[in-house]
Every structure is written in structure tokens, then in C-alpha cells.
Design a protein around this ligand. Sequence first.
Ligand code: GRG
Length: 296
Amino acid sequence: MSGDFQDWMTSVQARVEAALAECLPRAGIAARLHEAMRYAVLGGGKRVRPLLVFAAGELAAAPEDALLASALAVELIHAYSLTHDDLPAMDNDVLRRGRPTCHVEFDEATALLVGDALQARAFELLAAPGLIAPTRQLKLLATLARASGSLGMAGGQAVDLAAVGKTLTQPELELMHAMKTGALIRAAVFLGAGCGKTALTDSRQAKLDQFAKRAGLLFQVIDDLLDCTASTATLGKTAGKDKAADKPTYVSLMGLAAARDYAESLRQEALQSLAGFGAKAERLVALTHFICARRF
Ligand code: GRG
């Protein structure tokens, strides 16, 4: 990782971290809920989706305030999804980011409400007046809503829950992940570039979307690899969960070596999609390598 990219990443993460802490309520009438929301969001996390928002924003010289609102919105949706995913009715996990999951630290009802409230807060932030031209802002809101809903993340989660104990074909597995993990990553990239004052040309937008789809899938294949190769201590969440829960993954479908090769081919495809953007795509290129090199 170049020093320049490391500096950029640290600076974006610090800005996002501070803004996340600022945008979530403290105390008040629903003090316990607010405390749990802060617990779910502020306890670590790589902030990959906010980094993608900011990196994609460089393609369109997007203004900082719109990028920050988009980054926060996407990260709050992500934090809500993890909180709900960990619930006993779903993945039933007790460890997240090296700490007890939200329902363990608080209780199940509170964890449900945390997800609900984070989702609402995400859209409230992205709807802030004056971020960008209203018609373009509406497009960002609609994109994030669609990516989060039954045709995106929530739908992918439903397919995932129904797939336990089944053997999926590669196209079926791919579609599930495109929805469950990929849709939000794709939305992060779309929002970042969409914050620019002028829209990308249709062909550039298509190339960027191609990148986002490959990067989303790459993120998931790496996640599957880490689940069976890394330790619980390194991951900060229970390792080996996919196998224990009899979940179809890229590793169960194709084996460890082939899953590694597949990740490498996805990396190459993602990078090829960015070729026409030149130096403006430098951060997205570095983030693609970062996604591959991540250890947790
Ligand atoms: C409950 C509606 C609903 C959806 C849940 C995202 C999700 C859908 C489930 C999480 C299951 C999972 C482990 C998916 C693999 C990819 C993924 C989202 C990993 C966690 O994201 P990271 O690595 O986490 O970005 P940090 O902690 O760094 O934010």
C-alpha cells in the first residue's frame, strides 16, 4: 500500500468517524436506544463503503459535504444490516468487531430498534436540503432505498436464509451475493460519483457500475475465504461460521484454491473497468487492492 493511499484512507476514515459520532443522537428520552445505536456504529469497522463513496467522488470532483452525507448514509445502512444479521432469528452471532453483538450487549428488542432507527437516520441525512441539485439528490435517495430493500440487501438476506443446507449453483450464489453484499457496495460507488456537479457520461457510468459489481463480488469472495482461513481473534467475529451453519460459499462451491483464483480474476476485471478513467480512478484502484489484502 502506498504511503499516499494510506494517508488518504486514514484521513477519510477520521472524517467519517467524527461525523458518525456527531450525527447519532446522545441520551434524551430514548437514551438506551441512542446508546445502543452508537454502540452498533462506533465500535470499529473498516469503513470500506464510505471509502468507496469518497474514492468514486474523485471521478466527478464531488463536493465534500455531499460525499460525507452519502458516506454516512451508506455506513448507517451497513451497521443496521450487521446488527439485524447478528440477531438470533438470523445468523445468531455473539461477536462483532471484537465485542459482544448489539443484542447481547443490550437486548433483542433494542437491537431491532437500532436497525430500524439507523436506517431512518441514513435517509434523513441523505435528504438534507441543499446537498446537490434536488433531482440528482432524489436519484441518490432512490438508489440507496432500492439497494437496501427486497431487490437488494434485504432480499439477498432472505435468499441467504433460505439457502442454508442447500447446494447453490455459481450463478445462484452470485445473484444472492450481488443482492446481499453487492447492492450496497454498488450504491456506495454510484452515490460517490453521483454527488458530482455534472453527471458522468452513460458509457463512463456503465464502466463504473461494472467496476462496482466486480468489486462487490470480490469483497464477498474474500469474505468467504477469510471465514475459513482467519481466526476469530483476527476477524473480530466468529470464524468458520459459514461451514458450521452449512451455508453455501465460494469455498464450499469451488474449494479454497479455485476461490483464490476467482478472487484474482475478479480483481483484474474490476481494474480493467477503471482503465478509461486514468489518474482520477487512482483511489478506486488502491481500494480494490485493499479489499483483496484485507485480513479481517
Ligand atoms: C439483515 C437486512 C439484513 C441484511 C444483512 C450485510 C448482511 C445483510 C449480512 C452480513 C453477513 C456477512 C458477513 C456478509 C459478508 C459481507 C459483509 C457485509 C461483511 C461485513 O462487512 P465489513 O467487512 O465489516 O465491511 P466492518 O465491520 O469492517 O464494517
